[in-house]
Design a protein around this ligand. Structure first.
Ligand SMILES: [Zn+2]
Length: 316
């Protein structure tokens, strides 16, 4: 499908479409998966002593995973999922200066905030993993080329994990949109730092979508990501921030483990449905100082740990 040149401002302007959070019933307790199996091992026969070495599974995951901060009690962990779009593309609201991005990553490191992958956050919410007290996830939507040219060198140099929300149709037919190539995406994934989430296929609102168009946004995008990078996405980032209970049900039925909107709030275990988790948008001109607001007691105090709403309670 042909994409108009006007797509970029539409993407940039629309991604943080705000919707008032609709009331949502507490998530039903979910069956927990069996404990993760021990990685297979192999003997290294060429060395004087037979040494058992783990074979990484999946191979792209950096091992071992050691957090820089101590693990916290489940009720004490608070996370903010930071949402970026473009870098060094002038003064557009959703284009962050690379030097500000670098300073923000430095701020997180300097203030004891652990940057984790989106899968690690979901593992925590499902009760499969403990995390430190203050956590950030770096998420970047839309698959724009400036992510590769401007942000990736910084993320790589700092060895920071991040998640890209890819609208698959735009990478499949990129001639009219300034998006990355699948080869560039694969390069970032191969580093072990980058995970791919679905940001739909044609970046459509899921609300009131049905039939083939809904299938394209949820199932086709999932299958294309799986085919192009070899790993299915676990997270869905709602295009234009648009969601409602039927959309959340459709995302869940398509096999995603979690979905994220674009309106800002922190996350705690049991703080809400895993299918419209909040994200915090970072805008043009915001310095590292904005993070002292998001990680301050007032903002983080917006959510409380609720054991009664925590499907992962008692599971570890
Ligand atoms: Zn978007």
């Amino acid at each position: 499908m042909r994409l108009a040149l006007s797509l970029l401002p539409w993407l940039l302007a629309g991604c943080v479409g705000s919707q008032p959070p609709a009331p949502l019933p507490a998530p039903a307790p979910q069956p927990l998966r069996a404990a993760e199996s021990t990685p297979p091992t192999r003997a290294v026969a060429s060395e004087p002593l037979a040494v058992e070495r783990p074979v990484a599974d999946p191979p792209r995951a950096p091992e071992p995973r050691v957090f820089s901060q101590p693990l916290a009690a489940r009720s004490e962990t608070r996370a903010a999922v930071l949402l970026y779009h473009a870098f060094n593309r002038g003064a557009q609201p959703l284009s962050v200066r690379a030097k500000d991005f670098d300073a923000q990553l430095a701020w997180l490191s300097d203030h004891g905030v652990e940057i984790v992958s989106v899968t690690e956050l979901i593992d925590f919410l499902e009760g499969k993993r403990a995390l430190p007290a203050r956590v950030a996830v770096i998420s970047i939507d839309d698959g724009l080329i400036s992510v590769y040219t401007q942000a990736w060198p910084i993320l790589k140099a700092r060895r920071v994990r991040f998640s890209l929300g890819i609208p698959t149709g735009m990478l499949e037919d990129p001639k009219n949109a300034p998006v990355m190539t699948w080869d560039q995406v694969r390069e970032m994934v191969a580093s072990g730092l980058c995970e791919i989430a679905s940001h739909g296929h044609m970046h459509r609102r899921l609300v009131n979508l049905s039939g083939k168009r809904q299938w394209e946004e949820l199932e086709l995008s999932r299958d294309l990501i799986t085919e192009r990078i070899g790993t299915p996405p676990v997270a869905y980032y709602y295009p234009l921030g648009a969601y409602d209970p039927p959309s959340a049900d459709a995302v869940k039925k398509a096999g995603y483990r979690a979905a994220f909107r674009a309106t800002g709030a922190p996350i705690a275990a049991g703080s809400g449905s895993h299918f419209w988790l909040p994200r915090v948008s970072i805008f043009h001109g915001e310095s590292a100082g904005v993070l002292s607001h998001y990680y301050g007691a007032k903002f983080m105090g917006q959510v409380r740990y609720r054991e009664s709403h925590d499907p992962g309670v008692g599971s570890r």
